[in-house]
Each structure stands twice: as structure tokens, then as C-alpha cells.
Write a protein that binds this ligand. Structure first.
Ligand code: LLP
Length: 404
């Protein structure tokens, strides 16, 4: 996203042109940014040659996953639907891991049938259920156990997953119980210890602590795990925070850990791969002023992008053309939904805006479209992939007939 002569562009195309042709609200993804993110991720962790499983929950567009697959990535899925999309996108089942606290028998059966790399179990009951189904199918199933390392990820509480009171994974006591159980099972092949402590992590310390906890558990267990799945969570810069997670430091900590343990590392990144590739283009329907502020009423709303309403997340907003005059009033960018939380951001001192102008909400590639809904019977937006000057529709805009 850059201004050229005050005109905002994604790759070689102006936002205004895209908006006029494809209407709004529309999600657009930059192919070259995606490529850059994947190459940078791979390069940063090359020395430990991990298996990188893209976390499908962050963006489940099958066309994007097909592109991601071309770079050799696998997938991290949390439902049968996500698993089906990953397989349909052509991802090798031997590069797919399945996490989640509530996998149903149907989902487990499907995962076993598709011979995926690992089912990462999150409770003893789930392990017993996997064993029951495996026995029935006369199969030996590769599984992981998700450990709850009781590590504070120092991120938003809503997206923190690794503290002892969180619903995810099992504590060390149950971990050892499951380990013992698996040793005596003919149908369970325990291959992996997995963890995921949270999302949008910007500091390396929580990861370092998490590695120390894993190290202790492994030493105590005296068990050789073929895989250590470290989950995702790598934080990105949303504009306000200038920093993002330092991959090099994280890699050094993992290398240190691997000195004593010969396991293959698995990562499950979502946001760090897709987050900054996506924008949401929206049109200003009306501008309404009161004494203190200017409401900029957009045609995009919390149903299109939930993060601000759900987590108080702040996404940068840019005008599609920069007018020279700046208005020194609070601009509150809101959607048309009947909820006071349907508000994206408040900004002071913004470039002059007019009704029918287009604006761009930035860094929405992760947990943007994937969290969207039909609230207020609003249609889900269109998705476009931009590569240089080329545009490809990668998901059509919903139609009323799809809903009514
Ligand atoms: N692996 C597991 C087991 C996860 O639960 C998650 C995210 C990931 C990997 C990928 O994490 P990432 O690399 O994208 O941080 N909706 C929230 C984020 C929820 C994350 C849920 N789990 C948001 O919009 O910030």
C-alpha cells in the first residue's frame, strides 16, 4: 500500500479503480506481499528446517491457500470444513495438523481416513475417542498431545491460550498420564508434543519461557518426540506498534532447545503470513457532524471486519486520494450496523474526505474475512487477489438469494 502522486495503490492498481469496477466493500490481497512474507518466514527459520503449516483459521480462502501451497507450506486446521478446504487446495495430507479442543467423532474419523500428519489431541477423553475410532478402522493413528505450558503470552487476554485457566491443552500431570496410556496402545502412535500460547505475540520472552517448559517436560518424560509443534502466534505491526516479532531471536532460542532434542519443528503461523497482505476497501456513504466529531459512515461494518468490535483492535485507515487540506476534527469511522461497537477507529487531523470517497482499512488479511458474518442480513464481501496489474476474483460477493 503506497501513495503515488497522492493516489493510493495496492501493487500497480489504484484503490479507486478497483472500487469503481468491483464495488465495495471488498477485500483485496497483494500476491507479492504474500510471497515476501512466506519467503521471509522460510529464510528466517531455514537453519532449523521446520514444517510450516499455514493456520487456515486466519484466512480460509481456497484460492489463497492454493497460492500458499505452491511455496511448499502445509496447513493447520481446526475443523472438518478447514480440513476439506486444505485438501481441496491440494495440500499434502502429510503436511496437515489438526488442533482444537472439541473434535467430534465425525471429524476424527475423517482425519484418520485422509491420513493427515497429526491429530493434536487436547484432552484424555479425546485421546480415548481417537483410539476407539482407530481400533474400529483397524488403524494406527499418529497423534500429538497439546500441552498447556501455563505461559503468559503477554498479548490480549481474548487471544491468549497458554495459561493454566485457558481451555486449551492439558496440564503436565495429565500429559504424563496420556503418555503412559499411549505407550500401552496398539492404535495410537504418539509422535508430537504441541503448544500454542496465543496470538499477536510481539515479545520473544514468552516463547523462550514456553521452550523452557517444554524442555523440562521432555526431560522428565524421557520420550523421543518425532515432532515438536510450537503453534503460531507471531505478531505483526499494525501501524501503531512499530515492532513485530523478531524471528531471528526466536530461531536462536529454538536452536538452543534443539541441541538436546532431535525433533522436527512444526510452526502454525496465520497472521504473520497473511495479515499485512489484505485490505478492506469501503465507500463513504454519508458524513455526519456533531459539535465534537465527524462520523464517517462507511459501507463496511463489523460483520465484514469484526476485530475492532471484538478485541478493540486498531486498523490503520487511509484515504484513497490524499487531498491537501487536513481537517483538525475527530473522525470516527463507523459502519451502518445497529450496534455502538460498530466502529473501526477514531482519528484526528485526517485528510479532507467527501461522501462517495473510497477509503482503505489496512492489515486485515488475517481474521478479517474469516471472522465475517451475515449479521443484519448483510452480504459477505467480495475477495480479490492483486498481482502487479492483474486482478483475480477469488471469492464472489454473496447475493441476497444466497441468504433469503
Ligand atoms: N495454532 C493454533 C492452535 C491456534 O489456535 C492459532 C490461532 C494459530 C495456530 C494461529 O495463530 P496466529 O499465527 O495467526 O497468531 N481472531 C483473533 C486471533 C485468534 C487466534 C486463534 N488461534 C484476532 O483477530 O486477533
Amino acid at each position: 500500500m503506497k501513495y503515488f502522486n497522492k493516489i493510493l495503490k495496492i501493487e500497480n492498481l489504484s484503490i479507486d479503480k478497483i472500487a469503481k469496477k468491483f464495488k465495495t466493500p471488498s477485500y483485496c490481497y497483494s500476491y507479492n506481499q504474500l510471497k515476501k512474507n512466506i519467503q521471509n518466514f522460510k529464510k528466517s527459520f531455514r537453519s532449523i528446517s521446520p514444517l510450516i503449516c499455514f493456520s487456515v483459521k486466519s484466512n480460509a480462502n481456497i484460492n489463497l491457500i492454493k497460492e500458499i501451497k505452491k511455496f511448499g507450506l502445509g496447513a493447520d486446521v481446526v475443523s472438518m470444513g478447514e480440513l476439506m478446504i486444505a485438501l481441496k487446495a491440494g495440500i499434502n495430507p502429510k503436511k496437515i495438523v489438526f488442533s482444537g479442543v472439541g473434535k467430534t467423532p465425525r471429524e476424527i474419523e475423517f482425519a484418520i481416513k485422509k491420513k493427515i500428519l497429526l491429530i493434536n489431541a487436547e484432552s484424555k477423553s479425546e485421546v480415548i475417542e481417537i483410539e476407539r475410532i482407530a481400533k474400529l478402522k483397524k488403524k494406527s493413528v499418529n497423534i500429538g498431545i497439546r500441552l498447556n505450558p501455563n505461559t503468559d503470552a503477554k498479548t490480549l487476554t481474548q487471544i491468549s491460550t497458554g495459561k493454566k485457566d485457558d481451555k486449551f491443552g492439558v496440564n503436565d500431570k495429565i500429559f504424563f498420564e496420556i503418555l503412559k496410556y499411549c505407550k500401552n496402545s496398539k492404535n495410537l502412535n504418539l509422535q508430537c508434543l504441541s503448544v500454542h500460547i496465543g496470538s499477536q505475540i510481539l515479545n520473544n520472552k514468552p516463547y523462550e519461557k514456553m521452550l523452557q517448559v517444554i524442555e523440562k517436560i521432555i526431560n522428565k518424560s524421557n520420550y523421543n518426540f518425532k515432532f515438536i509443534d510450537l503453534g503460531g502466534g507471531m505478531g505483526i505491526s499494525y501501524g501503531q506498534e512499530t515492532k513485530k516479532l523478531n524471528y531471528q531471536k526466536y530461531c536462536i532460542a529454538i536452536k538452543k532447545f534443539l541441541k538436546n532434542h532431535k525433533s522436527k519443528i512444526i510452526f502454525e503461523p496465520g497472521r504473520s503470513i497473511i495479515g499485512n497482505t489484505g485490505i478492506l476497501i469501503s465507500k463513504i456513504i454519508y458524513i455526519k457532524k456533531n459539535d465534537k466529531k465527524t462520523f464517517v459512515i462507511l459501507d463496511a461494518a463489523m460483520n465484514d471486519l469484526m476485530r475492532p468490535a471484538l478485541y478493540g483492535a486498531k486498523h490503520k485507515i487511509l484515504a484513497s486520494k490524499k487531498r491537501s487540506r487536513k481537517i483538525n476534527l475527530t473522525h470516527e469511522f463507523v459502519g451502518p450496523i445497529c450496534e455502538s461497537t460498530d466502529k473501526f477507529i477514531s482519528l484526528n487531523n485526517f485528510h479532507e474526505l467527501k461522501e462517495k470517497d473510497f477509503i482503505t482499512i489496512c492489515d486485515v488479511g488475517a481474521y478479517g474475512m474469516s471472522l465475517s458474518s451475515n449479521y443484519n442480513v448483510r452480504l459477505k464481501p467480495l475477495e480479490l487477489l492483486i498481482r502487479g496489474s492483474k486482478v483475480k476474483i477469488i471469492r464472489k460477493r454473496q447475493k441476497y438469494k444466497d441468504l433469503i
